[in-house]
Design a protein around this ligand. Structure first.
Ligand SMILES: [Zn+2]
Length: 104
């Protein structure tokens, strides 16, 4: 069977999608203090857009949510940030999982 080919979406759509993702993360940040569940919802939506358009989330957005439970992470509130062995380690209080990012 031939491998199914995926075509990239038009560039214009991709830029709109990227803007929407950034906007959703901005909303998530703004609403976190009032309602963290709302922030989680925004993250979920942003992830869905990223998956649909196969957009790789930039590093600064990747560390903003937990990759295990997809909750919005606010350092010091629902996650702990530590540096260990040249890596930034995020510990999610929600699912008790770790995320490791290398330091460049
Ligand atoms: Zn988590």
């Amino acid at each position: 069977m031939p491998k199914k080919r995926y075509h990239k979406k038009p560039a214009q759509q991709l830029t709109i999608a990227k803007k929407r993702i950034e906007f959703l993360f901005k909303l998530a940040k703004e609403h976190f203090k009032e309602d963290s569940r709302l922030s989680d919802k925004y993250v979920k939506q942003a992830r869905r857009i990223a998956m649909k358009y196969k957009i790789k989330l930039p590093f600064f957005l990747k560390k903003r949510f937990c990759k295990h439970c997809h909750k919005y992470l606010a350092p010091g509130v629902n996650c702990r940030v530590r540096i260990h062995k040249h890596r930034v380690i995020y510990y999610c209080f929600g699912c008790k999982h770790y995320m490791r990012h290398p330091v460049k």
